[in-house]
Design a protein around this ligand. Structure first.
Ligand code: HEC
Ligand code: HEC
Ligand code: HEC
Ligand code: HEC
Length: 346
């Protein structure tokens, strides 16, 4: 995720002289700070004022598609031939849902992005098979993860934003190329990576923390001189890896560390803002979505959708948040699309 740290500009009028070529001017980004706790306790959040307008514009919801005239009548499962998940919807709700997912995922290609126009019951396009699993994943997010998404919930639009492939996805990486022989192993460090704020820390915190068997995030000791074998022993490298993950989280949400921590004591939950608890549930949700839904779709995608090591595309915090502390700044779409409400029976 791109976060502009500094603004550079070159004065074009002076470009004629060589020295002027070097006279780039620097300007610190305007920072908007807000106090979120008792004064003197370090409870502040800061946002990059430069990005506010851009983010607000990116988080405007499209006009809702008018609701179906009636939700009565026969069910989709009774009328259509191959409806495995949305069978309990009325025909009106079903059509409304198909129109909506077309707008959210494939507005340019239309229905035929997922359907063989000759026979809508066919499952011959991989996009339809993937979409069916996406529908189940979306239902599970809203039903089973209200600890994270509240009653705000998500729809396909939260991740897709009108695109076939969401803007923020991740794959497993081979790691940067390093010298062989006697050279030390790099442990995927020391190669500045955009995903972790252009630092040289662990360049892929995602495989480590957001997929199967997530690594332990807590690294701070509660006693001095913790030694190897101690329950809470953590190596310097593990500490740096936690940092990489935290940078990803901060950048995905467009916030700094203080949105979730009192920086006087990073490990303390008592002094932390409530957003940290929401984030904790997010750190349980994301690995579960990747394991249960996204990784297993590997066999369905064509090769050009797979990563360099052949794995399926996966989600991280940025996939939904896209730079905002809450996706769409907390606006819910579910009143306009009630079939996605938790336990709506669909
Ligand atoms: C992003 C993929 C996607 C798009 C775009 C899409 N659909 Fe679907 N459609 C599906 C999936 C998945 C199912 C099966 C749902 C299930 O199994 O519960 C389905 C099922 C159907 C069925 C039932 C066919 C049968 O007999 O089993 C109809 C009818 C249908 N869609 C119409 C449409 C129309 C009309 C559009 C365009 C306005 C559209 N769909 C756009 C994914 C899509
Ligand atoms: C939590 C984020 C998330 C949500 C919510 C979500 N998707 Fe996806 N979707 C993904 C990711 C990640 C991929 C993999 C991208 C790729 O295909 O390269 C994907 C891929 C797809 C694809 C395949 C596109 C292609 O061209 O390969 C379809 C179709 C799709 N999603 C439909 C849906 C539908 C329909 C919904 C809502 C019911 C939905 N998605 C909700 C994250 C999401
Ligand atoms: C969106 C919320 C959020 C943001 C932003 C965030 N953190 Fe965290 N942080 C957490 C959560 C949640 C945990 C605990 C995870 C767990 O216990 O599994 C944590 C854990 C940590 C820990 C380990 C604490 C321990 O007990 O060992 C450190 C250190 C840390 N964060 C540092 C940072 C730094 C530095 C930043 C800014 C670059 C940051 N965090 C930004 C939510 C956040
Ligand atoms: C499936 C989409 C999705 C993913 C993935 C996701 N979130 Fe969220 N997150 C949401 C939604 C929706 C809300 C708003 C919930 C509400 O309105 O109550 C939210 C809210 C939050 C909040 C509360 C913000 C506040 O100001 O109160 C934090 C913190 C947060 N998410 C952190 C994370 C972190 C960290 C990750 C990655 C580990 C993550 N989220 C991944 C959808 C997602």
């Amino acid at each position: 995720m791109k976060v502009r740290m500094t603004k550079t500009c070159v004065n074009l009028a002076l470009v004629a002289s060589l020295s002027a070529m070097l006279s780039a001017c620097w300007e610190a980004p305007p920072t908007v700070s807000e106090q979120i706790g008792f004064r003197g306790t370090g409870m502040w959040t800061s946002t990059d004022g430069d990005r506010v307008e851009e983010l607000v514009a990116a988080n405007v919801l499209p006009e809702p598609i008018p609701a179906p005239a009636t939700t009565a009548g026969p069910k989709a499962g009774d009328i259509y031939q191959n409806v495995q998940v949305l069978g309990d919807l009325s025909i009106g709700e079903f059509t409304h849902t198909m129109l909506a997912i077309t707008q959210w995922v494939s507005p340019e290609q239309g229905c035929n992005y997922c359907h063989n126009g000759e026979n809508f019951a066919d499952d011959d396009l991989y996009t339809k098979v993937v979409a069916r699993r996406m529908i189940q994943m979306n239902q599970s997010i809203n039903n089973d993860w209200s600890s994270h998404v509240g009653s705000t919930g998500v729809t396909c639009l939260t991740c897709h934003r009108g695109q076939n492939v969401p803007e923020y996805i991740w794959f497993e990486e081979d790691g940067p190329k390093t010298a062989g022989g006697m050279a030390g192993k790099s442990y995927s460090q020391n190669h500045a990576a955009m995903d972790v704020g252009s630092t040289s820390m662990l360049s892929d915190p995602f495989s480590a923390y957001l997929n199967d068997d997530p690594a332990t995030i807590r690294v701070i000791q509660n006693r001095p001189l913790a030694i190897k074998g101690d329950e809470r022993y953590a190596s310097t490298q593990a500490t740096e890896n936690t940092y990489s993950l935290m940078i990803h989280m901060s950048e995905s949400l467009g916030v700094n560390c203080t949105a979730c921590h009192n920086t006087r004591a990073f490990s303390s939950w008592d002094e932390a803002p409530p957003a940290r608890t929401t984030a904790w549930h997010g750190l349980k949700m994301v690995p579960s979505l990747n394991q249960e839904y996204l990784d297993p779709l590997q066999g369905e995608y064509p090769d050009n959708r797979l990563g360099p090591l052949g794995d399926a595309p996966k989600v991280n915090c940025a996939t939904c948040h896209q730079g905002a502390n809450k996706p769409f700044y907390g606006q819910s779409m579910l009143d306009d699309y009630p079939v996605w409400k938790a336990n709506s029976g669909s």
